[in-house]
Design a protein around this ligand. Structure first.
Ligand SMILES: CC(C)(COP(=O)(O)OP(=O)(O)OC[C@H]1O[C@@H](n2cnc3c(N)ncnc32)[C@H](O)[C@@H]1OP(=O)(O)O)[C@@H](O)C(=O)NCCC(=O)NCCS
Length: 206
């Protein structure tokens, strides 16, 4: 497993014990519940039907097969948020670019948890050989998400106008992008098919 499987813990006398670690199948019921809240009650996600726990299992497995991170945050042993990186587009040449997602349980926002979770996710992406991270953010009075991404170095990359329609609202998406390549021309270590990039590509996935 990549480095992100090692949990990190942070606690002080006045704060809960916080652990950020790789997600496990047993975490997915809570992941399902957290995300279902945003599907049903907000415009933050464009999904209108919440995925089942079985569908989250398929996503977790697919992300793991690609060597990408799917992390959860625990506070005092309770799953209170999750973040994952998934392929940005399915065409082969996008193999070093991911889209990130981060969601906290309602009532757990605004206390630095999102920053901690996304920071850990980005570190895991970098370790996995990801070069570009794209955030697709619904423009729906959700100030926290653009603020969080800007804080962690994402740059504005454009706006798609009225591409979503949910609960009677036409919705724009803000695109934000983080360059993890450090200016290097060399591909990283993502688990891509052997030979997929030709002779200069990675001989084997990480
Ligand atoms: C978006 C989300 C993950 C951010 O996590 P969070 O724990 O609430 O944010 P943090 O407390 O870590 O704050 C991160 C930064 O954003 C800023 N920020 C947070 N909420 C903000 C708000 N409502 N308005 C403006 N800035 C905000 C903070 O000042 C902080 O900057 P700092 O570290 O320099 O002080 C969380 O609010 C969430 O899960 N929201 C609902 C789901 C969602 O929108 N997911 C993203 C989908 S693209």
């Amino acid at each position: 497993m990549p480095e992100h499987s090692e949990p990190t813990a942070l606690a002080t006398a006045s704060t809960p014990v916080r652990v950020i670690r790789a997600a496990a199948p047993d975490d997915l019921f809570t992941v399902t519940t957290i995300f279902a809240h945003y599907v049903a009650s907000t415009l933050i996600t464009f999904m209108e039907t919440a995925p089942t726990t079985g569908e989250w299992r398929q996503k977790l497995d697919g992300i793991a097969e690609r060597g990408l991170p799917f992390l959860v945050a625990e506070e005092d042993g309770e799953i209170v948020g999750f973040a994952y990186a998934s392929p940005w587009r399915m065409q082969d040449a996008y193999r070093y670019t991911v889209e990130n997602s981060v969601y906290l349980a309602p009532g757990r926002t605004g206390r630095g948890l999102g920053r901690a979770l996304l920071t850990a996710l980005l570190a895991a992406c970098e370790a996995a050989g990801v070069r570009q991270v794209v955030a697709v953010i619904a423009d729906c009075d959700n100030d926290a998400s653009p603020a969080l991404h800007r804080r962690l170095g994402f740059r504005d990359a454009g706006r798609l106008t009225a591409v979503g329609h949910k609960r009677g609202h036409w919705l724009d998406t803000l695109l934000m992008q983080l360059d993890l390549s450090g200016g290097s021309a060399r591909p990283g270590g993502l688990g891509v098919p052997d030979g997929a990039l030709g002779p200069e590509g990675p001989a084997a996935g990480a």
